[in-house]
Design a protein around this ligand. Sequence first.
Ligand SMILES: NC(=O)c1ccc[n+]([C@@H]2O[C@H](COP(=O)([O-])OP(=O)(O)OC[C@H]3O[C@@H](n4cnc5c(N)ncnc54)[C@H](O)[C@@H]3O)[C@@H](O)[C@H]2O)c1
Ligand SMILES: O=P(O)(O)OC[C@H](O)CO
Length: 330
Amino acid sequence: MTFKHAGVVGAGAWGTALAQVAARAGLKVTLQAREPEVVASIADKRENTMFLPGVTLEPAITAVSDMADLAPCDLILAVPPAQHLRSAMAALAPHLKPGAPVVLCSKGVEQGSLKLMTEVAAEVLPGVAIAVLSGPSFAGEVARGLPAAATLACEDEALGKAIVEAVAIPAFRPYWAADVIGAEAGGAVKNVLAIACGISEGKGLGRNAHAALITRGFAELTRLAVAAGGKAETVAGLCGLGDLVLTCSSSQSRNMSVGLALGAGQTLEQALAGKVSVAEGVASAPAVRALARKLGVETPICEAVAAILAGEVDVDSAILGLLSRPLKAE
Ligand SMILES: NC(=O)c1ccc[n+]([C@@H]2O[C@H](COP(=O)([O-])OP(=O)(O)OC[C@H]3O[C@@H](n4cnc5c(N)ncnc54)[C@H](O)[C@@H]3O)[C@@H](O)[C@H]2O)c1
Ligand SMILES: O=P(O)(O)OC[C@H](O)CO
């Protein structure tokens, strides 16, 4: 099984960076953008000035507006924000080449339905082979060719390894795993935990608190992934622990940045003002909280983030609440 032509749905920072990777891996790439100005800037300047400025795009990338232009693609990378995956895949469905697999690259849990991305895709694209790409990967670094590694999860081992072969380059190393649920759960929950780490940093709570949040947050992420049907060993890899460490450790993260602003005393509205890019943890926090409750999983840090974002509790009270929890075995 080989692929020649990748279609990328969503030309935000990550969709554009993945288009770069696919082009560098030797694929022809059609990048579908929602914004006409993105299509124009790629055509005119070879640059996505709105979402990934400062990176010259590979000649093999063509930007289009119309989903129908993805009809010849034999491999699809789906990279819209998580809350728009359903509508984007519904728009793609009539144009999807028969047999073309779809790799889900969005990180989040759908509000309302509380569904993971593979569950959403299974509903909108019945019968289509699905894979998940997730891991520690800031788009700007990947697009500039700095080294990164990620998990490429696909239940069908032969297909998963064929996708790995198709998109791998020395500077972007996907590792195959069978466990799609573990891979996507890690990416969804780490965004919520990164907001918590940002709040801690913004409040000046210190490095000890930061390490405790990452570690106890990882316990929450693991519990939720396992309860959802994933495996603990999957989230101990790039798509879970790896991405959690990255996202909780850098102000390059949009999620951590929102937390930093909240911790410094801004309102959520102020923290998000003027941003064209998406901080997925903001939309996913209430869904992660509701999903954890539904599955009977204790996630006190995600609960605290969801409560702060919803305005149910202020930052100081939420921190006090976490520090006052009953002591227990690790
Ligand atoms: N940026 C990264 O470093 C990175 C890395 C890995 C994964 N991701 C994930 O990739 C996904 C996309 O993030 P991004 O960083 O590429 O986006 P972005 O923040 O750079 O851009 C916003 C995206 O949202 C789209 N959008 C806005 N409103 C929309 C609507 N109503 N319907 C459909 N699409 C809409 C825009 O077209 C654009 O593609 C997210 O789930 C994110 O977690 C991002
Ligand atoms: O900027 P963030 O917080 O959306 O994180 C980007 C990627 O998910 C990091 O792997």
